[in-house]
Write a protein that binds this ligand. Structure first.
Ligand code: PEP
Length: 257
């Protein structure tokens, strides 16, 4: 890994103000783990309260709309989450692709809106179990990513800083069974090839690729040892400071101070 490992918690639809104490505990622990970049994507309602108090972690959103504003009842724009304190947004998560019918084209439009609003993005991709078992996982993820990411001529010049890819096999999310290290290594190498092909060595060669899907303190070290795993997107295990920071610890030793 050339950059600090990036460990991002996705709280999904979990968390009321009662969870602010957990976010505070994560922030305090992150101050002792400066070798790791720790970030949290709580529900929209907690972005501002966590941002206001956080000293170390960055806060992000789990989605945003592709338009700047307008008659879109119940939606929220990239500029709005940025205004609330979000520094990044997770896009194309399988729970949105599958549960909300988000197409690659829509995810790409959201990516462009988020980047235009000054946010960093975490672009999720991943295959179903059927696709994996039929041997089409690499081809599927390549096609999905190519259609979801901004085209090269519309990509930001500092893409490596602002775009992170999260490889999240759908069958590994929330199941307790992570992908094998061989499967992760193969997919990350293919994603890296694609990023270089799309954006060139300087940006595509440097953008982070993180893994998500049942990462826990117990399996984090072996996953982080896989070549080109730049961190993790963590769902269930990010809901308590103990387990989330157990994962961060596996990515980098505590800082002495
Ligand atoms: C996720 O939903 O992004 C995720 C990786 O979930 P979990 O860690 O619970 O598998």
């Amino acid at each position: 890994m050339t950059r600090r490992p990036y460990i991002v918690g996705n709280w999904k639809m979990h968390g009321t103000r009662a969870m602010l104490s957990e976010a505070r505990a994560i922030d305090r622990a992150a101050q002792r783990h400066m070798k790791v970049e720790v970030a949290l994507a709580p529900p929209f309602t907690l972005i501002h309260p966590i941002h206001r108090e956080a000293e170390q972690i960055s806060v992000g959103a789990q989605d945003c709309h592709h338009e700047d504003g307008g008659a879109f009842t119940g939606d929220i724009s990239a500029a709005m989450v940025a205004d609330a304190g979000a520094k990044f947004v997770i896009l194309g998560h399988s729970e949105r692709r599958q549960g909300h019918g988000e197409t690659d084209g829509l995810v790409r439009a959201k990516a462009q809106a988020a980047l235009a609003a000054g946010l960093r993005i975490i672009m999720c991709c991943g295959e179903t179990i059927d696709i994996r078992e039929s041997g089409r996982a690499v081809a599927f993820v390549g096609k999905q990513l190519k259609a979801s990411l901004p085209p090269a001529d519309e990509a930001p010049a500092d893409l490596a800083e602002r775009v992170t890819i999260a490889y999240e096999p759908i069958w590994a999310i929330g199941t307790g069974t992570a992908a094998t290290t061989d499967d992760i290594a193969e997919m990350h190498a293919e994603i890296r090839k694609l990023l270089v092909e799309l954006y060139g060595e300087e940006q595509g060669g440097e953008a982070r690729i993180i893994y998500g899907g049942s990462v826990k303190p117990e399996n984090a070290a072996e996953i982080f040892a896989v070549p080109d795993v730049g961190g993790a997107l963590v769902g269930g295990a990010s809901l308590t400071a103990d387990s989330f920071m157990g994962i961060a610890l596996a990515a980098g030793e505590p800082t002495d101070h």
